[in-house]
Design a protein around this ligand. Sequence first.
Ligand SMILES: [Mn+2]
Length: 371
Amino acid sequence: MRILHTSDWHLGITLNNMSLLEEQRCFLKKLYELVDTEKIDVIVIAGDVFDHAVSSADAIALYNEAMTMLCIDQKKRVLICAGNHDGAARLSSCNALLERAGLYVAGSVRDGVKRINTGDVAFHLLPYFSIDEVRYLHPEEEIKSYDGAMRTVIKGIEPDRERSNVLIAHCFVTGAQPAESDRSAMVGGANMVGADAFAGFDYVALGHLHRAQEIGGNIRYSGSPVKFSFAEADIKKSVTVVDTTGFSRQEIVLSMQHDLRVVKGNYSEILDAAEKDMHREDYLKIELRDEYAHVEVLNTLRSYYPRLLSLVGKQLNNVKTSLSMEKAASLHPEDILTMFCQEYTGEKPNATQMGWFRKALEFEQKGGDAQ
Ligand SMILES: [Mn+2]
């Protein structure tokens, strides 16, 4: 049997207020193709299908479209465990009905660990949980840590002796490397689970961390299929194809329709490069070495790069002012503004800026009330 392991779609996520739904739609198109070309039998999504517990209508529409394509048109089974970002109850609504179409969703650990037998594999679907949920379910156990809670839940899973056993879960395993967009996964390490808690499974398909990686011999994070932050600009995104004959793994690298890039350099160099740039539609963060990030610079760069989402200019930290308090007291405010602009931008304020300043000054001197 061939399994496609993915996780952390985060449908509905934004990057600097720009929706990434268009990228997520492109990923899904590639996913449908891969299901055919890689002869996939089962698609495993190890949590964080959505970015928010209450998702936008657009994100839900894309999810509906994807599940219909995979389950009805491509006639595959899709197994999902809820992640910490998913609204568990919403995600698992109409469960019994959806299972008839081949979509299996484990929303809450309170419903037990769902087992799905397909061919020679038993899949165990373990959704994200809080320590308190497990304490409530197992009052007889003394649960001191998240690791302890995980071990308690796993103890309750009956492995199928006749089949291979695959666990699908959403958690932070000790030793795994988070990416920048794993904000909620990085809280102090309190929710970490030791890899040995998963001994006995033939394969552990994990979600939660957005960087694809393998821990030990049989535990793997597929990582997110899309880059969600500029700190992940150089991280390759992929899905994992697992063949249950010997549980061999293949990482299939995905390119984004528009890549996410960080560009650093002097303003003139960046403008020269922009002229020849074949990928102006990419999501960009630009870091200028020799220029401040003012509006004109932003507008000029945006005229080349419509998806310029972050502009960082030369830092002001090392600028020392030549103006002492005593000297400032003896100068006219307009002279102070002129000195300030010269020191910080190298130029005098233009007529428009000086006009605004005079108006503000007049207002201030009249004792106008702030709005
Ligand atoms: Mn996630």
